[in-house]
Design a binder for this molecule. Sequence first.
Ligand SMILES: Cc1cc2nc3c(=O)[nH]c(=O)nc-3n(C[C@H](O)[C@H](O)[C@H](O)COP(=O)(O)OP(=O)(O)OC[C@H]3O[C@@H](n4cnc5c(N)ncnc54)[C@H](O)[C@@H]3O)c2cc1C
Length: 371
Amino acid sequence: MKITIIGGSIGGLCAGIALIERGFDVDIYERSANELKDRGAGLVIQPDMMDYLIEAGVSTKEIFGVLAAQRQVLDDNGNPSLIYPNDTVFTSWNYLWKQLRNAFPSSKYHQGYELTSIRNEEGQVWASFKNGRVIQADLLIGADGVNSAVRAHLFPEIHPRYAGYIAYRGLISESELSAAEIDFFSDKFSIYPYANSHLLCYTIPGPGGELGEGKRILNWVWFQNKSLQQLKDLLTDKNGTVHEFSLPAGYLSDKNLSELRARADAELPEILRKRVYQTKAPFIQAIMDMEVPKMFIRQVAILGDAAFLVRPHTASGSAKAYRDAITLAMAIQDVGNLQNALEGWNNQQIVHARALAIHGTQLALRSQLGQ
Ligand SMILES: Cc1cc2nc3c(=O)[nH]c(=O)nc-3n(C[C@H](O)[C@H](O)[C@H](O)COP(=O)(O)OP(=O)(O)OC[C@H]3O[C@@H](n4cnc5c(N)ncnc54)[C@H](O)[C@@H]3O)c2cc1C
């Protein structure tokens, strides 16, 4: 069976690796002409994803990420008011993507291919790209993220909805921290919860996957409620360009950087306030909701962020993409008839995605974030 995957990020690569492993003829078509990077910062590796990637030979437990063995809740003075065991492993988006990319054959990973339209009929599907190429396949998988062109083909009426709050994010090299500060954050998942907000801090591998103390990166995430009008202002970068869902590092306007710092002065304990000031290029992700009624129609399926957006409090963006991908590969292998396989896969994954979406909204409401 010839399978075309649109999007070569976490979801697309996981699907590609799992399908090639099962003997399918798979090609990935990625819009970006360059290596993907700086899509995000730290992320949680869920245990099932880690187990699979180790079993599939993509990674090893030793290099996967940084274990936060304790969770510490900070009080208004920045002192731990509660410490308890934790087993979350944190990695970085870039580091995870590189490991997945290395596990997928370069000859089957095509860059500079932006999908523009799909024709889906008579048991076949044709994908047309901006560069003029047209590719035929038996199955097309859309792993093309929040702005999915594949979703637009299947469900043109469905668009992401702003959830009413944003995540400010920052990365600081451990080399910029004092020994006492490294010790304070090291191997811990730190949380500062307060009215209508909270800030998280955790350590992730260095830019090249370094895991040694002093060479890693401290990652912070600060959730803040913002109106739609405020969102538009925040996503207007220092050059006046308006971004849709996120603002990349280095593009925050001077006015908004000053406001971020003023808010840190007013609301954060010193140990966290200093981190906000120390961050050279904070960036922003708007929190969005989105769900599709079905994850396939005929020979076209969608997975990961293209199909469902879940709130970041579930720590599941990448893990959901991975699970959609691996279960799709298993279904196609196990069930002889493609349509039956897709139906079974859809019925199973859509229940999980809806449950995750509801759970994420409940976690946000509990923290007085968004609607
Ligand atoms: C700016 C940003 C920061 C993020 N940070 C984090 C984080 O820190 N932690 C976390 O857990 N999750 C994060 N996420 C979410 C996380 O990246 C996704 O949940 C995860 O990568 C799985 O997504 P995916 O593979 O389904 O889609 P994505 O990662 O969004 O990938 C979609 C891919 O499709 C490509 N594409 C899009 N349109 C086309 C087209 N028409 N033709 C061909 N290719 C196309 C894109 O270039 C991209 O490579 C972030 C997402 C974004 C956008």
